[in-house]
Design a protein around this ligand. Structure first.
Ligand code: UT7
Length: 330
């Protein structure tokens, strides 16, 4: 038996200053603030300036998380980054962030599990620390989704925003830290959210305007149905693995895609409003950055107490889903 557990020892985030409100979108596409609010719960989203590389957001979030953990960049053994809109396919987002923060002793790589990326990255990182291979792992979820959106397509451009969230994982006392996690993929449903890269099929071209071949496309209702089911099942599964009842959960931090998806899953799980962390009204869907950004806001606002039981749960492209249960140890 190990005499320690793996837990979050630092958090950070970066949200760009520039805001696009629903009212601004009314002037860009055929939509209304009323429609967006009623169907999604989103009121505004933040956008990174066009001439700034996306990894700079992640670097700021990473520096905060490292300082919050009370370590230095040289103490980081591994950087795992998650993103749906990388600045380059190579170098990876993780390597770009490593260079920017001068974490010269770290290995670095990206994980592609779309909006579920953060939960996947935590699950991977946990193994490295548990086995004693590494001591400190930085996870950065860095998403500039404004760059893969067709700003003339009202069914997608109203949903997404830009932000980065980061955590440092390290050793914590045995009673705190990660209890259980669950990750799953459904490649047979991959067609329902796509962002073509080096090959664009005729099918994918037909779904988009000419010149917009590399933008995000999704079958909204198919993803919606999957999401409510996946969030509910993944939460139940991880709690069952951990031997914890839903009534003992202090806070669920879900992927922030649509308030109706969150409320649908919450109702099936029997959660009350106080048990759910929601930030999407101010950020829109920021993909894998949703959970670490929401976590950092809750932690810095003093909403988390040592020993609180938290559940992270996400779904996204792939399709993928995942959940993680932990005892807050900071
Ligand atoms: O993290 C990525 C994972 N993706 C998701 O989580 C997406 C999950 N899906 C959703 O969140 C919802 O399906 C959407 C928000 C994307 C769409 O909401 P919906 O209630 O499923 O609407 P719908 O697609 O069924 O469209 C209803 C109507 C349509 O008009 P008709 O055909 O009924 O005349 C759309 O053309 O609403 C129309 N519509 C809009 N109207 C005003 C679609 N987008 C808009 C818009 N403003 N922005």
């Amino acid at each position: 038996m190990l005499d320690f557990n793996v837990g979050i020892i630092g958090t950070g985030k970066y949200i760009p200053d520039k805001i696009i409100s629903n009212h601004t979108l009314e002037t860009m596409v055929d939509t209304t603030d009323e429609w967006i609010t009623r169907r999604t719960g989103i009121k505004e989203r933040h956008l990174l300036e066009e001439d700034v590389p996306s990894y700079t957001m992640g670097a700021i979030a990473a520096k905060q998380a490292i300082s919050d953990a009370g370590i230095t960049p040289e103490d980081v053994d591994l950087i795992i980054a998650t993103t749906e809109a990388p600045d380059y396919l190579s170098p990876s987002m993780a390597c770009l962030i490593q260079g920017e923060i001068n974490a010269k002793n770290a290995a670095a790589f990206d994980v592609n599990a779309a909006c579920t990326g953060f939960v996947y990255a935590m699950t991977i990182a946990q193994q490295f620390i548990q086995t004693g291979y590494y001591k400190h792992i930085l996870i950065v979820s860095n998403e500039a989704l404004s760059r893969i959106v067709d700003w003339k397509n009202r069914s997608t451009c109203i949903l997404f925003g830009d932000a980065a969230g980061a955590i440092v994982l390290g050793k914590v006392d045995k009673e705190y830290g990660i209890k259980e996690s669950y990750i799953a993929s459904f490649g047979d449903l991959g067609h329902s959210i796509t962002i073509p890269c080096c090959f664009v099929s005729e099918d994918e071209k037909k779904k988009r305007r000419e010149g917009m071949e590399h933008t995000i496309w999704q079958d909204g209702s198919e993803v919606f149905a999957f999401a409510v089911r996946a969030m509910t099942d993944a939460t139940n599964l991880v709690l069952e693995k951990a031997g914890i009842s839903i009534n003992d959960v202090d806070m669920v931090v879900p992927h922030q895609a649509n308030l109706r998806i969150i409320n649908g899953a919450a109702k099936r799980l029997g959660l009350n409003d106080e048990q759910i962390c929601v930030i999407l009204q101010d950020t829109g869907n920021i993909s894998s950055a949703s959970i670490p950004v929401a976590l950092d806001i809750s932690a810095k606002n003093g909403k988390l107490k040592k020993g609180d039981i938290l559940v992270f749960v996400a779904f996204g492209g792939g399709l993928t889903c995942g959940s993680l249960c932990l005892s807050w140890g900071k």
